[in-house]
Design a protein around this ligand. Sequence first.
Ligand code: THG
Length: 647
Amino acid sequence: MRLEEIVKERILILDGAMGTMIQRYGLTEADFRGERFRDVPGLMAGNNDLLSLTRPDVIRDIHRKYLAAGADIIETNTFSSQRVSMADYHVEDYCREINLAACRIARELADEFTARNPEKPRFVAGSVGPTNKTCSMSPDVNNPAYRALTFDELVAAYREQMEALLEGGVDALLIETIFDTLNAKAAIYAAEASMQTAGRKVPLMLSVTVSDKSGRTLSGQTMEAFLTSVAHADIFSLGLNCSFGAHDLIPFLQILAHRSPYYISVYPNAGLPNSMGEYDQTPDQMAEEMKFFVDEGWVNIIGGCCGTTDEYIARFPALATQGRPHVPAGKAETLCLSGLEQFELTPEVRFVNVGERCNVAGSRKFLRLVKEKNYEEALEIARKQVEDGALVIDINMDDGLLDARQEMVTFLNLLASEPEISRVPVMIDSSKWDVITAGLKCVQGKSIVNSISLKEGEEVFLAHAREVKRLGAAVIVMAFDEKGQADTYERKIEVCARAYRLLVDEVGFNPHDIIFDPNVLAIATGMEEHDNYAVDFIRATGWIRSNLPGAHVSGGVSNLSFSFRGNNYIREAMHAVFLYHACREGMDMGIVNPATSVMYGDIPSDILTVIEDVVLNRRPDAAERLIELADKLKAEAEAAKAGQPGA
Ligand code: THG
């Protein structure tokens, strides 16, 4: 029977810690090195994974003890077997061999136990740790944009490890002790690529560790934000390990039990470490705490982490048979995004305002600050937007005189160390694909890609969409195709419908992660063919929302009023009118200036009529009348200013 079937029937037992067990053998530096690594510089003691090559007898013995204690799943001795970590011991070139050796040992033992009792099949999970570096934090306090490890480097290291694990015959991949979601996203990306290369798909297990009682990861995400950040992956189980003892995990496991659509694993430490860093909870005490999870019906897989041995694991089979396996929650049927915190587009939210000001093409000030490399003040623009209520912030570095890709990376890396800003998700805005992918590889949350389109045909569109999905983002699709920008109602719905079918049917995109942008174009420009642009957008919005289930509608609202530059009141009033009508048709997101103060209901009725005539294209002279009104208001404002004492 396969893991996927057994997990529905009973609670499975995972083994305990490898490190705690190895310590008991009192191994020396010479044991770790063996003959083979005698001349490698530095210290080798502590490189537990190398023992699969130098003392396979010890690793075999440990696996045997855990299997004898009743473990259904044993983990390969490969927690640090990728080149990023192994470089610390100067043995990074042996990663493939270490993984293969570890698999061979675990596989042999598991198969031996299965053969002895086919009623209780044993499984091998390939252990994949977080590495000793982090992709989303700077190790240098004086240089917060610096990263010691990039996403691409980490993917390459993980692929080497995972391809060997798959070749070595693991039954599952277990990405564990996750403390940085960006590292985990790189591991997920690598797992998918490795399974493709190996031509073999195995269940993907994730296990996160929380670093304090608030339940945040070390990189600052809440449990809900973490769940959203990895929701693009095809996950078998997701749970918690390490952290603290079982008791202190209760609130976080409860969140998973209520929200997570995957099977749940939990393998905590044997209590909290004492002043010596040792874990002194007894097997009975730990089993008592674990019993709570079982009784609550919150778990599918239980095991142990730091401080646990086979004596602890031996208490679990009796526990497991007393309880019923957890039934996962349903998947969220909404658009979910994340920064450090989760954002969910629930019906109560109604409208997602995306801050437009961190855009070098949309703010002269932001452009100047980035050109001057005055990132501190550039970050203040982002902070101000979040303070003004932006739920997401758009970031665009496309300017002929900037290295857009480098600026995007720098700015996103800097944002990551500003918790007040990075609590919200980002929208990565660029017309250059390499800028978008470089940006996605810097963020631990679930972002929005702005944008993809059918401009360069289906093949490029599909390739981009697949990469967006692998990198775990939602996407804005511009109503653009091979023939150009869709500027009429008919063209807008034709292009969006085609893109929707490709995304949902060919790529397997979650419909809630699709956001259509039917092109907000400038009106009242003096060109008659522009007069119906807003009407066409609004009608297309209604059609998309009723015909493309799950998909959302967004637009760059400030584009609408480009011909009224310099007259902010008129511009903001036009935006308010446009949004009022578009939102009634289902527009639920917009790139806007979050500091705007003009409300639809506050616009004086004479002005409202003139603006509505323009936005809704109600009379042929509407634009002329608005230009007259704008001039009049401007003159009045200037007169008032001139008349002010001291002005
Ligand atoms: N759709 C999508 N993305 C987009 C757009 C869109 N991204 C860019 C743009 N359009 C939306 N963002 C802005 C940002 C600012 C302005 C307009 C659109 C703007 N800025 C002032 C101006 O140009 O007059 C700048 C004033 C200043 O310098 O301070 O209007 O449609 N998917």
